[in-house]
Design a protein around this ligand. Sequence first.
Ligand code: AMP
Ligand code: MG
Length: 407
Amino acid sequence: MLPLEQALAQMLEILPEPTLQNVELCSLTQAANRICAEDIISPINVPSFDNSAMDGYAVRLADLAKSPTLVVVGKSFAGNPFKQAWPALSAVRIMTGAMLPEGADAVVMQEETVLNEDGTVTFIAERIKLGQNIRKIGEDVKQGDVVLAKGALLNAISLPLLASLGISQVKTFPILKVAILSTGDELVPVGQPLHEGQIYDTNRFAVKLMLEKLNCEVLDFGILPDNEQEFEQAFIKAQQQADLVITSGGVSVGEADFTKTVLEKVGQINFWKIAMKPGKPFAFGKLENAWFCGLPGNPVSALATFYQLVQPVIAKLNGHSQWQAPQRFSAIAATKIKKVPGRLDFQRGFYQVNEKGVIEVQPIGFQGSHLFSSFVKSNCFIVLERERANVEAGETVTIEPFNHLMS
Ligand code: AMP
Ligand code: MG
């Protein structure tokens, strides 16, 4: 059995990043949730001109040194700058975001002034500093700066940034095509009645939802009966159309488990057993035209292995080099946690900050990999190291809050 870290390292080393040959030029709207395929260089300074951070008056300190009361000579509004000559001993009324008149070296906020009846303004601020309340040209972004790196996610923060720079199109990596199929004679799609010995197909639906969150195109190949020839035909067909094929079930050592045999026959298998719980059987390999991930059948194991192993695989194949693995934190076990040494264990848990401000966590229900309902009540994995045994209440453990895939 391969340790999880080794399996991950192996996969990430073998898997290629997408080539630059197939990048697609997208409008900002089309680019949403895709991965940026170029370093984006700012064509402009932001702000592109010195402007005011306050509603108030633009002044020259030299004028104020001579008199605290100045004539108001004109106005600068956002979008409507003050363009006239600026006589000595006068101030320009200015609004937030308005262009600074040439020669101004401070903006005094309105609250620190008194407007006199004769239309002049008296500055009552204790101290007026050179450059105060002025947003300088290029302070946010300088022309020529790399504002977004290749491999970044184009989302609700990065796309508006590009818009603010006047960039209307961006090169993106192609959307990954992922074929999904469930295996098992016992499986019935939701919406149909169950007969004796049958169960509903949970995994294909869960995997589809997570793939959609990862902005993949899902090719649904349905449910496969436990028949070697059918596996073979389906694998061959799926890999002709997809970049990645994800199956669930049939990857163990039972008599109806054909995933491994067929993968070896029509492709190649890199590994198929991982020292993690839930999820020991997990096959990784390659078909002629597509990569292959075989998830275990038990829904808890299927989700956990998808989350821990397939999520980084998709990030790599998508070109999402800025992807970050879910963060881990230390937490205090609120109750005893059962654990047998030997495998890295991902228990479903619920964490919260207690009244002392400390993060505490407790395992949710029974942890059997066939018990799916406990997932709904959990918000994190409790990550228990391979050699660890039972955990007593009060001990420190590692938790991994679910990211957007499962929350
Ligand atoms: P297998 O690895 O095919 O032996 O499956 C292990 C367990 O997971 C069995 O109890 C299966 O019935 C169950 N199982 C397999 N595939 C699914 C699925 N798509 N949805 C729900 N349960 C499944
Ligand atoms: Mg099966």
